[in-house]
Design a protein around this ligand. Structure first.
Ligand code: GRF
Length: 188
């Protein structure tokens, strides 16, 4: 699981994966930010953690090469981005093709990128939501695995929407990983 911050989706995935019947095991959590709050949460859950600080690298690809090496060392077969705030290059994405998923706080294909809730409010949308999707070369453009919507009330703010969506994300992501992992074949 790749994180950059709070790590609540990561915790939800770790907890789901503890169930005996769940088809995935969480082998590690990697953060690109040394101070991500999620790192301590992962450690408290006895999940191996690593920091690969993108500011130590002069370009995206050398950062991603180390990230890739670390994933191989962990024997990861599937990568879940969970609040991971780095755009991944085609180099990395092609190495993890069909093995790389993300959770995004909008009803994709609407509102790729940042400030999704504010953009939905500004557009006068009646609903927004979250999507778990495959990561492809184009940002937030891969096929949706699962998504769920919430209504936007007249006086909603981006903060209120994010808070209302969080519990939905925390059940949607484990459900999506379950679908993906149960279909995954081991690397050749
Ligand atoms: C989530 O809202 C997710 O949709 C977005 O970033 C947030 C991450 O939260 N990509 P957390 O780090 O899982 O608590």
């Amino acid at each position: 699981i790749l994180i950059s911050g709070r790590g609540s989706n990561m915790v939800a995935l770790v907890e789901a994966a503890r169930l005996e019947t769940y088809p995935a095991e969480i082998v590690g959590v990697i953060s690109n930010k040394p101070n991500a709050a999620g790192l301590e949460k992962a450690q408290a859950l006895n999940i191996p953690t690593a920091v690969i600080d993108h500011t130590d690298y002069s370009d995206r690809e050398t950062f991603e090469q180390d990230l890739h090496e670390k994933l191989l060392a962990l024997e990861a077969e599937l990568v879940c981005c969970a609040g991971f705030m780095r755009v991944l290059t085609p180099w990395f994405v092609s190495r993890w093709e069909n093995r790389l998923i993300n959770i995004h706080p909008s009803l994709l294909p609407k509102y790729k990128g940042l400030q999704t809730h504010q953009r939905a409010i500004d557009a006068g949308d009646k609903e927004t939501g979250c999507s778990v999707h495959w990561v492809t070369e184009d940002l937030d453009a891969g096929a949706v695995i699962l998504q769920e919507s919430v209504q936007i009330a007249p006086h909603d703010t981006a903060e209120l929407l994010a808070a209302r969506l969080l519990p939905i994300e925390l059940s949607l992501y484990p459900e999506a990983l379950e679908i993906v992992a149960s279909k995954l074949r081991s690397p050749q």
